[in-house]
Design a protein around this ligand. Structure first.
Ligand SMILES: Cc1ncc(COP(=O)(O)O)c(C=O)c1O
Length: 400
């Protein structure tokens, strides 16, 4: 349904219904004949794919009488985006919210959460998921102590994958089947490949079920898991760099959440990705497609490109009209002060145009560079002061 055709009751009415966008320029540069399509989730009201589960978990809990206005306190351990979706829903509906958030997650996410009225408790990134200090352990402790405290629990709540089975997956199917095949843009009329990262695994599991049950059971679903995480299947894929820290946020875990299906019938193949390739792919999406995506979108795209260049993927890559969909979970709003982004955005080699500007304005090329460097340094010093004060383990990422 078009978003602009009628008045919506509140911001929750603008959750989901995100566009499926052709990534033609990247496809051309990579020598792909297939259609490369990005599902752009930062266009959802709260800025990520996780708005969908937040909305559904809250509304289902209300129907079951588990949430009582004026009494319930929603407590959730998250890497941030589920928290932002919950804080948005709870601001509208009038519930208090407490979010437990590992230190690694960005200051921007904490700021958005607090702006929406949530309380935020930071937890050590390196704490094992089942230790009392982890974001999960702290949330459980708060729930035991706070009257009316309720954890909707995205790691186990069936409404997490269901939100994607009922919304994300069907939207992709509708966009693909509703777009005619033309000479300039041939289409098989179906979703042939779907690539997505996994955190809780709700997104990839739910989308896969929607597509395989109702649309194309032959669709190849490729899961992307960062090096250092243990979600990929089979387990041998996870041995290299096991437990190593990584900077990309929102994907990967040190335990397998209940809502992730590792059944090869649901997720056919897995790939491991590095921070470096993820950030390089973010740059491609920004520079070539004008899409201001976050780090895990780069992970998904880099996984998709690697798969399409692999022996198994090559046949699809060279098939005109084959539709390869990549899920892009959130936007750069969440990461504007992160060193990886500032480096990418501000420390690029001066372009020929920048040199020309320097010539016209009679500044030296090094002045242009110095201006850029001091801007980056200024942002970094302002944000790292806050980070160091509140986040003792932020040093591990300061140089990335
Ligand atoms: C930025 C980002 N990317 C990807 C994901 C993964 O989604 P899921 O938990 O459904 O696997 C998340 C989840 O929080 C996320 O925040």
């Amino acid at each position: 349904m078009s978003r602009t055709a009628h008045i919506i009751d509140d911001a929750l009415g603008a959750v989901g219904n995100t566009p499926l966008v052709r990534l033609d320029r990247i496809a051309k540069e990579e020598g792909l004949e297939c259609n490369l399509l990005g599902k752009v989730e930062y266009m959802s009201a709260g800025g990520s794919v996780k708005d969908r589960i937040a909305k559904r978990m809250v509304e289902e809990a209300e129907k079951e009488g588990k949430l009582v206005p004026g009494r319930s306190v929603v407590i959730e351990p998250t890497s941030g985006n589920t928290g932002i979706g919950l804080a948005m829903a709870c601001a509208i509906k009038g519930y208090s919210v407490i979010i437990t958030l590992p230190n690694k997650m960005s200051l921007e996410k904490e700021a958005a959460l607090r702006a929406l009225g949530a309380e935020v408790v930071r937890t050590p990134t390196e704490a094992a998921w089942n230790s009392p200090e982890s974001h999960i352990g702290v949330a459980q402790r708060l729930q035991r102590e706070i009257p009316g405290g309720i954890i909707l629990d995205q790691y186990r709540n069936i409404n997490n994958p269901l939100a994607h089975e009922y919304t994300t997956g069907p939207e992709i199917i509708e966009a693909v089947t509703g777009t005619a095949s033309t000479d300039s843009h041939p289409s098989s009329g179906k979703v042939d490949v779907l690539v997505a990262g996994a955190g809780t695994g709700g997104t990839i599991t739910g989308m896969s079920r929607a597509i395989k049950k109702k649309h194309n059971k032959e669709c190849i679903v490729v899961g992307v898991d960062p090096k250092g995480s243990i979600l990929a299947y089979p387990d041998e894929l996870n041995t290299e760099g096991a437990g190593d820290p990584y900077v990309v946020e929102g994907i990967g875990y040190d335990f397998v959440p209940d809502v992730l299906s590792r059944d090869p019938a649901d997720v056919n193949e897995w790939l491991k990705t590095s921070d470096e390739e993820a950030f390089a792919a973010v740059r491609l999406l920004m520079r070539h497609e004008g899409l201001l995506v976050g780090g895990s979108s780069g992970s998904a795209l880099s996984g998709a490109l690697r798969w399409l260049h692999s022996e198994r993927g090559r046949a699809i890559a060279q098939t005109k009209g084959a539709n390869v969909v990549v899920l892009l979970p959130d936007g750069i709003r969440n990461y504007m002060s992160k060193p990886w982004f500032l480096k990418m955005a501000l420390e690029a080699e001066p372009s020929p145009l920048a040199r020309h500007i320097a010539d016209i304005l009679k500044t030296s090329k090094s002045d242009v560079q110095t201006n850029v460097a001091s801007l980056a340094g200024g942002i970094e010093s302002r944000t790292s002061a806050i980070k160091k004060e509140k986040r003792p383990d932020a040093v591990d990422e300061a140089s990335r």
